[in-house]
Design a protein around this ligand. Sequence first.
Ligand code: 13P
Length: 256
Amino acid sequence: MTAKPRSLIVGNWKMNGLRRSLAEIAQIAQGYDAKLRRDCELIVCPPVTLVYLAAKDAVGSRIAIGAQDCHIEASGAFTGEISAEMLADCGATTVIVGHSERRSYNAETDGDVKSKALAALRAGLMPIICVGETNSDREGGHTIAVIKRQLAGSVPGSADSEPIVVAYEPVWAIGTGLTPTHADIVEVHRFIHRELNALLGSHASPLRRVLYGGSVKPSNAKDILALEYVDGALIGGASLKAEDFLAIARAAPAPR
Ligand code: 13P
C-alpha cells in the first residue's frame, strides 16, 4: 500500500451560480472543521464572475478558490478573455485547464491545454489538468493510449512544472451517474502517476496529485477516495450544494 496524503477535494461549478450561491461557499467554509482540515484540502471553482467575491469571503476560512479556465497570455487584445494573472489578482490559487467540456465545445487541443497550464504556473496558480477518454475510446480498448497522448501533450514537462494536479475524468462518466470500476480507476491512476514521474522526474512531490472526476457523489465518495493512487476528487454536480460537497469531503480517508 502506498501512503495516503490528505485528499484534495475540488468543486467545479461549471456555468452555475449567481451571487446568492456564495452562501453555499460560506457554508462549506463553515463546515470545514478541524477533522476535515486534517483529512482533506478543499478548493471551490465557481464561475469567474464569483471568483473575486468568493476569494474575499474565504479569507481566513482555509478553503481555497479556483477558476475553470484561463488564457495563455498575461494581457493584450483578446476580447472577452481572462488571464491567469487576473485570476491570481482576484485571489484564485488554482485553475482547471483542459476540462473535456472545453476540449469539445471550444476545440481546445493538448497544445492549448499545455500553454494554459504554463500560463497558470507563470501566474503562481496551481493548474488542474484534465484528461479522460470518451466512451468510444473505452469501448475500443484505447483508454491508456488516449491518456498517455493527452498527458504527453498537455502536461508541461519540466522540473519547475510543480505544483501540478491531473484530474482523470472519463468523458462518459461526467454527469451520467456512471463510474468506471474501482479496478479501472486504480489502473488509470497508477498509469498517470507513472507517466508524471517520467515527465516531471520521479522525486515524489507531495503537491503532485491525481484526482478522479465523473459522477462522484456522497454515496460513492468513500470507496473512490480510499482507492490506491487516488489523491482526491474533482466534483461537478455534487459540488453545487454545500451539504453534498461536505459529505464528500467527510468521506475522505484519514491520511497515513
Ligand atoms: P459530475 O461530478 O457532475 O459528473 O462532473 C464531473 C466534472 O466534470 C468535474 O469537472
